[in-house]
Design a protein around this ligand. Sequence first.
Ligand code: FES
Ligand SMILES: [Fe+2]
Length: 326
Amino acid sequence: MFGQVGGASTGQSAATTRLRVRSVLTPRDHPLPVPNGWYGLVGSAQLGDRTVVSIRAVGRDLVAFRADDGAARVLDAHCPHAGAHMGGGWIEGDRLACPYHGWEYGGDGRCRHIPYHDGRVPERAAVRSYPVIEQDGFVWFWYHAGDAAPGWDVDPVPEVSDPDWTDAVVYESELVAALQEMGENNVDYAHFNYVHRAGKIPLLSSTFTVDGPRSRVVEVLGGGTTFTRDACGPGIAVLRVPDTMTMIAATTPIDRGNCRLRWHFHFPNAMQSMADDLVETVIGDYGLAADRPIWEHKVWPERPVLVKADAAIAEFRRWYAQFYEG
Ligand code: FES
Ligand SMILES: [Fe+2]
């Protein structure tokens, strides 16, 4: 999915690395719009020095770039001059230069320089820019349908920089589902018995609590294992099994009907030998792989018929409605 395009640039300044994240999925519509929130666009390691990444997310064509000052920026990809995709451009100081005629854009999306013009820059020479937080191995960007400022921050994950914990084991994938349908799965307790055959490890109790844009699921499983899932808006969740695993799940809409996953697994150093098995538990036949065919073929009923035991789903939907406001 992650491919190099063009290699070193032909721009006037030092070489620029160009990468493109290709989607394997067919674009897909869905009744639900893309929710507002922070999303993981790429891993910090993918966006190296003087690198431009072309990627489709939140139903838009985006470019991420790291200029000479080291900061990560995210812009809409198409240049307002004549519409070229700026992912083919090059880094010029703290700006991204468009490959078509060399116009240079700052991290705020404004054109700063037109190389063959009289020094003035037209007011409309600007693209949409997105607030960025780079933290814990991710380049997070803020998307709001109405372009409003971020409504909350991204919660830090202390395990990432703790020397007693491993570096990230990265799982990248795409799946056919609207983001809300994926999120809802975590409070759909009944499906665990059918889709994930959880009968082997009984779910003793589960609670769902909310606090503004954050929510928490706590599950107590047979054998005394506790599992928590802390969501920070619709696109970020941190899953923890104490002393065993912490996973940062970045789930980003490619468009309304498809998602891209970038999940970083961290383990206590003492658990390193178990890492492969633990990742498999999450993504394998009894985990994510079992959900995939359901999401791929389901529809979104406007008014689903829920019963008492589905109460957490209704609660989840009430919490989630805030991400479509504005
Ligand atoms: S299209 Fe971008 S500089 Fe002309
Ligand atoms: Fe599931």
